[in-house]
Design a protein around this ligand. Structure first.
Ligand code: C2E
Ligand code: CA
Ligand code: CA
Ligand code: CA
Length: 279
């Protein structure tokens, strides 16, 4: 039994090495990707239910890999977070998204905000607000042009720290959204202390509309909770007219999902905004 245990352990060890090696490989490749400017942002419009116009676009990172094509964030954001590379990559995202927003303005598109996903490590770095201020100034934007999205699980990892950083950003005038809401076990008392503007209802509940009563109940409860706290609700992952009608009827404020548009390159989202906002 003892030797079998040891063999198991060696097997496990070898597996771990393999994972570590693979991670090292990806880390090296990610560093190279930064240097070679292989990251791209795609943009997904968020529609105001009341007006039908584009209220904001969410910047979503992709990796234009030289041989493997366009890779989604699910394949590399995890490693970027584990290795700390999310810090420079995340900084790049804020720069690139703000440069794009300035380009929107130059192209005559006003009144559309830019939503940017902020990682746990960026949140913990007290320079986030300093960086944001610098970039906003560099592109002659105003803080209210930006929405920072943090996931509920990240917010609750270090809730007191989150309260502090969100306060600073809120005082600056940056809009704040709690992402993936409903998946991270927020304590309601913290939810009240976070200086939020929006809750983003997670896609996993939206997809239950018309399918699963429990998920539907969570949608209803989230919208009610958010409105009682004075927050707007963004529903993610809206794919069907049925989901849209349901969410509309319950007073959901903003809608994002394939029903309107997938995340697309800048020129395509500009065409989409022109059509919707300036017909
Ligand atoms: P997220 O912030 O929850 O972003 C929404 C994800 O849902 C996006 O996946 C989007 O393409 C997808 N989505 C939108 N509408 C629909 C729909 O109707 N149906 C379905 N099935 N999916 C929809 P994506 O682009 O693969 O991003 C995955 C996650 O990666 C994001 O989830 C976010 O957590 C993370 N991420 C993306 N870009 C960044 C970034 O610049 N920085 C950081 N830290 N994380 C990022
Ligand atoms: Ca997001
Ligand atoms: Ca989300
Ligand atoms: Ca579900």
């Amino acid at each position: 039994a003892k030797s079998a245990g040891r063999n198991n352990f060696q097997f496990f060890d070898a597996k771990m090495n393999e994972a570590a090696l693979e991670r090292l490989g990806i880390e090296h490749a990610l560093r190279q990707a930064l240097g070679r400017d292989e990251f791209r942002l795609h943009y997904q419009p968020v529609i105001d239910v009341r007006t039908g116009r584009v209220s904001s676009v969410e910047a979503l990172i992709r990796w234009q890999h030289p041989t493997r094509g366009l890779l989604p964030p699910g394949l590399f954001i995890g490693v970027a977070e584990e290795t700390g590379l999310i810090q420079p990559i995340g900084d790049w995202v804020i720069w690139a998204a703000c440069r794009q927003l300035a380009d929107f303005r130059a192209a005559g598109i006003a009144g559309v905000k830019m939503a940017i996903n902020i990682s746990a490590i960026q949140m913990r770095n007290s320079d986030l607000s300093v960086l944001a201020r610098g970039i906003i100034e560099a592109y002659s934007l105003v803080p209210g042009d930006l929405v920072f999205e943090i996931t509920e699980s990240v917010a609750m990892e270090h809730p007191d720290e989150t309260v502090r950083v969100l306060d600073i950003l809120h005082d600056m005038g940056v809009e704040l959204a709690l992402d993936d809401f409903g998946t991270g076990y927020s304590s309601l008392s913290y939810l009240r202390m976070f200086a939020l503007d929006k809750l983003k209802l997670d896609r996993s509940f939206v997809e239950d509309i018309g399918q699963d009563i429990d998920g539907q109940v969570i949608c209803d409860a989230t919208i009610g909770l958010a409105h009682n706290l004075g927050l707007e609700v963004v529903a993610e992952g809206v794919e069907t007219e049925e989901q849209l009608a349901y969410l509309k009827a319950r007073g959901c404020n903003l809608i994002q999902g394939y029903l309107f548009s997938r995340p697309v390159p800048a020129d395509e989202v500009i065409a989409f905004i022109r059509e919707r906002n300036f017909p």
